[in-house]
Ligand binder design. Structure first.
Ligand code: DGP
Length: 113
């Protein structure tokens, strides 16, 4: 989608530090880390937010979750991690391309993204 930062990361026109990529998703380091390890996992398909998930695109989200354990392992998050998705204005979503924050590398209890 034109003017979507994360679509531009998908097509490579905005650089990112990728940790995982396949035909359906990309995972890359967050520009403003909120934890010692902070990666974003996104579908290549433009889905605006969790509020736009439906029967026809839910497979993209399932695919991301099927890969998160492998990504977390590659990042050394053997003691656990947090997965967060912000949705819409009240959810403090700032980039309108659905993404999952994968946060770890420290005890995160009491902290929110
Ligand atoms: P949210 O507030 O949940 O929509 O999270 C958006 C995140 O995206 C925020 O933690 C900062 C990150 N971010 C924004 N622009 C860029 C970018 O151009 N590159 C990368 N790597 N991260 C970005």
């Amino acid at each position: 989608m034109a003017d979507c930062i994360f679509c531009k990361i998908v097509d490579g026109s905005i650089p990112s530090k990728k940790v995982y990529e396949d035909e359906r998703m990309v995972a890359f380091y967050d520009l403003e880390p909120q934890a010692p390890v902070h990666v974003l996992a996104i579908p290549k398909l433009h889905i605006g937010s969790a509020d736009e998930v439906n029967e026809s695109n839910a497979g993209e989200i399932g695919h991301i979750f099927s890969k998160i354990p492998e990504i977390a392992k590659s990042l050394g998050l053997e003691n656990g991690y947090r997965i967060v998705t912000n949705c819409g204005q009240h959810g403090c979503q700032s980039v309108m391309h659905m993404h999952f924050h994968i946060l770890g590398g420290a005890q995160l209890c009491g902290r929110m993204v």
